[in-house]
Design a binder for this molecule. Structure first.
Ligand SMILES: [Zn+2]
Length: 110
């Protein structure tokens, strides 16, 4: 389990009292907040990859416009563990080629 990063997360207390979807979405929002003020003109986005047994296997957030999106970084973080896992993303994944390839395709491939 990768709980070390959670120490700074405002959602930690929610883990024991709310459903897991709400918990992981809140954690995705926390990750997104790490990009606050740096991603313009893009939005801040966070992504958490959670395995079938409820373990976080990947985390990512959008750092800066032109750099990889949150989903792409979370998938890299998760590696082969992304297969069969669930992605919690704070924004609908993009489906277009811009300065980076579409996240929907990366999520499907994983
Ligand atoms: Zn994207």
């Amino acid at each position: 389990m990768r709980y070390t990063l959670f120490k700074a997360c405002i959602c930690f207390a929610a883990a024991v009292c709310e459903n897991f979807d709400g918990y992981f979405m809140r954690h995705a929002l926390y990750l997104a907040s790490k990009g606050l003020g740096r991603t313009r003109p893009n939005p801040c986005v966070g992504c958490v990859i959670v395995s079938v047994n409820g373990t976080i296997v990947g985390e990512g957030w959008h750092h800066k416009a032109g750099e990889p999106h949150a989903e792409a970084l979370a998938l890299i973080d998760a590696g082969s563990q992304a297969n069969g896992s669930t992605a919690y993303v704070s924004l609908e994944p993009c489906n277009h080629f811009g300065r980076t390839p579409p996240c929907t395709q990366a999520l499907i491939r994983s």
